[in-house]
Design a protein around this ligand. Structure first.
Ligand code: S3P
Length: 173
């Protein structure tokens, strides 16, 4: 069993992923963390030193390696992962994968990302909440096409991490 969590930045992929893996007694993997470990740099450092194209190449390479593993796991992707190259196709073609889109509304994403934007190179320079909201709205519009190809969609608005995990587990049955 491989569960892959998909969703925009700030949708809770990592916190839900950790709690879900604990609940299911399987390993938790975080794609961004794997990339950082391989590069020995933070995500902002990879973007500023090597550029986004390098990051996207690395992201696809590490994803492919993780999908080839035999073991069961919960894997949280980066917000952009399913939207580049053949990543979503690869996810859909991999045996025993269930992909889950954690769908979070624009306003909640904005509230979360306002306080967390410094660790995220794509949004760290957006100065006001209004500019950030505009950016997320347009970006979500482009990315939803890919997110919607997930096997399941779970709405996360006004749910705690535990409630999202509960809903995910129910929809897996
Ligand atoms: C990105 C999302 C980030 C990280 C990188 C790019 C994106 O992951 O992979 O900053 O393109 O949406 P999170 O979704 O975990 O913030």
């Amino acid at each position: 069993m491989k569960i892959i969590l998909i969703g925009y930045m700030g949708s809770g992929k990592s916190s839900v992923g950790k709690a879900l893996a604990t609940h299911l007694s399987v390993k938790f993997l975080d794609l961004d963390a794997k990339i950082c470990a391989e590069e020995n740099k933070t995500i902002p450092e990879i973007f500023s030193t090597n550029g986004e194209i390098y990051f996207r190449r690395k992201e696809a390479e590490v994803l492919k390696k993780l999908l080839e593993r035999e073991e069961s796991y919960v894997l949280s992707l980066g917000g952009g992962t399913p939207c580049y190259g053949k990543n979503m196709q690869l996810i859909k073609n991999t045996a025993s994968v269930t992909s889950i889109y954690l769908k979070t509304g624009l306003l909640q994403l904005k509230e979360r990302l306002i306080v967390e934007k410094d660790s995220r190179p794509l949004i760290q320079d957006l100065k006001t909440p209004e500019v950030l909201e505009d950016y997320i709205r347009k970006h979500l519009f482009e990315r939803t096409f890919y997110y919607n190809q997930s096997d399941l969609t779970v709405l996360t608005d006004s749910k705690s991490v535990e409630e999202v995990v509960h809903t995910v587990v129910e929809s897996l049955d």
